[in-house]
Design a protein around this ligand. Sequence first.
Ligand code: 4AD
Ligand code: MG
Length: 430
Amino acid sequence: MPVVYIEDIARYVGQEVTVRGWLRTHRSSGKIQFLTVRDGTGDLQAVVSRGVVGEEQFAQSARLTQESSLILTGTVKADMRAQGGYELEVIRIEPIQIAEPYPIQPKEHGVGFLMEHRHLWLRSSRQHAILRIRHEIIRACRNFFDDRGFVLVDAPIFTPNACEGTTTLFQTDYFDDKAYLTQSGQLYSEATAAAFGKVYCFGPTFRAEKSKTRRHLMEFWMVEPEVAFAELPEMMDLAEALLSFIVGRVLETRRTELAVLERDTSKLDRVVPPFPRISYDEAVSLLQKKSNPIQPGDDFGGDEETLLSHEFDRPVIVHRFPRAIKAFYMQSDPERPDLVLCMDVLAPEGYGEVIGGGQRIHEQDKLMARIQEHKLPEEAFRWYVDLRRYGSVPHAGFGMGIERVVAWVCGLDHVRETIPFPRMLYKLYP
Ligand code: 4AD
Ligand code: MG
């Protein structure tokens, strides 16, 4: 008797199979019970008839509660009326554990309640669809870089360096010393790019963001390519190719999940090159025309990103921001020393920034001056400056936040649902 996964059920029509899973719903009409069983790969309707399983098993089946675990054996039937097009005519039913009254009912629950039960909420069809799409996006990132000759070289999580400013660092003891949880693998990727040419790192990153927004998590995953000899325009091309590839892949392989989420896929169909590219100055004029109070020199906040991203039907690349509002390592624009050769990519439909990156300073003196200007501890950055002493070359890279991309591709209004166990402001449970 083959033990099968529900996603493969179509191959077994007419055969007897065993399915192992959990009970989602249960409905009874006298002599027949209809169970919806999920096994992680899909849902399947199972039909239990008194006439087939006998009195004792029929009564046992009637006692199964929502989320009880069970093993079912039966014959696979094609049935257009059943969800998924197949059903199981049950011959034998073996409960494994009868679940206690399940806290999440098929009704509306508040987000606070659901977040408290995140460990169970993950079983719902909506969360299931989101996390399968997340997996597909991660797989697409890896395939994209692997197929282009990038080498995966991961960065450490404990680090003495602040990469993205000193205000969002999580600090921890490190024996007699102190360490931070990494904000970005970039500085290390710059070292590995000089060793391997084209690299990417992909891991969790941490920021003590003291504000509650729909875009920020304390712990998020970032994929960060870094390329030796590359300059800003090449990074724009790479970011454009990556995002188009990811969206194309999800459209190709995750239609079912997008349908569960009721995602308007016509919006995703438009995510193809070329992406519009505008300078920071142009972006500011555009915002002012839309009556946004931004002044030249100001950084974008959530409102500005949302406004800008609604202006385009695909991601927009904003480049050359003022040096004063950007990270210490950014290369200045030779034509406008007050600007840096950086870019932010904003996803459409109001989603805002999903990618940040650009060209790095590759001259030792200039970098030292910036480190001092930003009052960063020189000793901790000695290794990073070293890279400018031994065969320094122009180089560039970027970071893409996985959760922001998942939120956009899935059409979610908050990043909290894009990661299995979100870490949020003052929230560490479960
Ligand atoms: O723009 P950021 O801060 O850039 C960097 O960290 C660079 N060192 C990356 C590089 O050049 N290698 O962050 C990059 C991306 C953002 O565009 C966003 O998608 C995501 O990381 N991100 C966050 N996602 C969720 N929660 C947060 N608190 C995030 N902060 C940044
Ligand atoms: Mg950024």
